[in-house]
Design a protein around this ligand. Sequence first.
Ligand SMILES: [Zn+2]
Ligand SMILES: [Zn+2]
Length: 135
Amino acid sequence: MVSGSCLCGELTYQVRLYADKIFNCHCRFCRKAHGADYVTLALADANTLTLVDHKKLLREHKNSLGGYRAFCACCGTRLMNYGPDKNKYLSIVVNTLDTALSHYPVAHCNTESKAPWCEPYEGIASFEAFPPLGK
Ligand SMILES: [Zn+2]
Ligand SMILES: [Zn+2]
């Protein structure tokens, strides 16, 4: 299990990550939502997720594909993404973790929509679309 939190600290969570399923997503949705060249995500076991949200600050943005991007309404931190059925897909924004990671990203994905100035670093796999990460 790992622990994470948003920038203001009002939202905290614990979850079990699939440590071998960490990737850098260069898709245009992640780029816009984070205001960054890419975001590092880890797939996680939704059955293990516990979220502490005393002030009811977690907000969800539903995208056109039916998925949700969750963020803190106080500080704006993007915490996680999930489908309508969280058990089928849950990904955690790795940079919100407070636990040191024992594994590093295994791949760059969705590089077909990467920022033109961004050169994904070498040493790991690179996929133009979403890689077959499975579970
Ligand atoms: Zn916050
Ligand atoms: Zn993405």
